[in-house]
Design a protein around this ligand. Sequence first.
Ligand code: PNW
Length: 467
Amino acid sequence: TQEEQTRSGLRFPTGFTFGAATSAYQIEGAVAEDGRGTSIWDTFTRTPGKILNGHNADTAIDHYHRFRDDVAIMADLGLTAYRFSVSWPRIQPTGSGKVNQKGLDFYKRLTDELRTHGIDPWLTLYHWDLPQELEDKGGWPNRDIAYCFADYAATVHEAMKDHVHTFSTVNEPWCAAFLGYASGEHAPGRREPENAIRGAHHLNLAHGLAVQAMGARRVGGCVNLYAITPETDSAADLDAARRIDGLQNRFFLDAMLLGRYPEDVLADLPGDADFIQDGDLKIINAPLDVLLVNYYSRFTVSGAPGGRQSAAAAPTDAGSPWVGSEHVSFANGGRPVTAMGWEIDEGGLVEVLTRVARDYPPIPMVVSENGAAFDDVIEDGRVHDGQRQAYVEAHLGACKAAIEAGVPLEGYFAWSLMDNFEWAWGYGKRFGLVHVDFDTQERLMKDSALWYAEIIRQNRTHEPTDS
Ligand code: PNW
């Protein structure tokens, strides 16, 4: 039976965190309420051709108004933690200066509600919704933005430190820099490869400055890591794998955890990287309490020209995100794929976690996002998303394998709690454990959610955090 299977297979150490994750712009809606300013995603979704079917997130899944119902769903699931992000333009409508108290109040209500239900709030400061006014000043390629971010981090930390135990800085700086400023698939939609590298450095700097600004708190950095395989062992394919690993994984991990950029990556980049100033890497290398790892897939890469320019097709017209390595192509590794076209490989999760544990100074980790989009349908009032359940089950198995291999892995957050606004794909891709009817806003637990709740129930020995 399922119960026997979960009992034997998916037992985790006492205190292991079972969470789910979301982000502000993808769920909140209420974009013009309570003094919120405009973000680059509000602008981007209004630019024709940028989002599949012209969708925007003005309403999203209305979480801003329905957060109590959503927390009740989390409680039904038995989640021990919930990872969400704060919308910067709710807190500082123009990105700097005056603080909007109503924005802070929303996150206080949310975190109070979570704690009432014994759910530990994990707060992410930045999940891509840069205040538009800061983009108008140049966006992430402008170094000043990193200092604005530190100021914002200090503000949120000061207001929320009695409500939140774990803070994290920038969600997936790779995406923010390279999808936003090189491929242009994400806001602000610029295709300026050299500025994307600048942006990546300034996002790293913003991370380090924010860690400093938050003082004595529990804080983490977040990266999206991929397992990477060369298609063959030809010199060209090995070089392609080195390059993609460098840009995707090591550029961020080495900076954060070792305080240096990988020499080979710097050598492959266009320009002379004169924007890296003395002392920056020491700031970026600020001590962390936890590393948040987002994991979705493995890339199979080739140095032979002519293949796809990224792992899966973008829904809209986009350039290459691989600055200085645009010739690399992405091959089919022969694995089953999700509705995003991302290959499913739980072995890659064991690989990236053991790699961080082996190659970097010791640091506790969590899987802060992991999940899959599939084409769900409601049948007789249920969503039989066996593929998603199998995906999560396999990746939880990978977490367990990593722990048994000695990796200090402390938790797992499914992406996502609920179906939501999937960036350039609009409402066209569903990642939720909970189904959302985008017209009526009705929530419905999918089979994967019911299964996850059972896994959590069988493991539940965790005391609610009381900070
Ligand atoms: C992550 N890529 O995004 C984000 O953190 C989430 O907000 C998002 O909904 C989720 O994964 C699913 O997409 C990514 O193209 C978006 O490599 C794009 C890529 C990677 C991660």
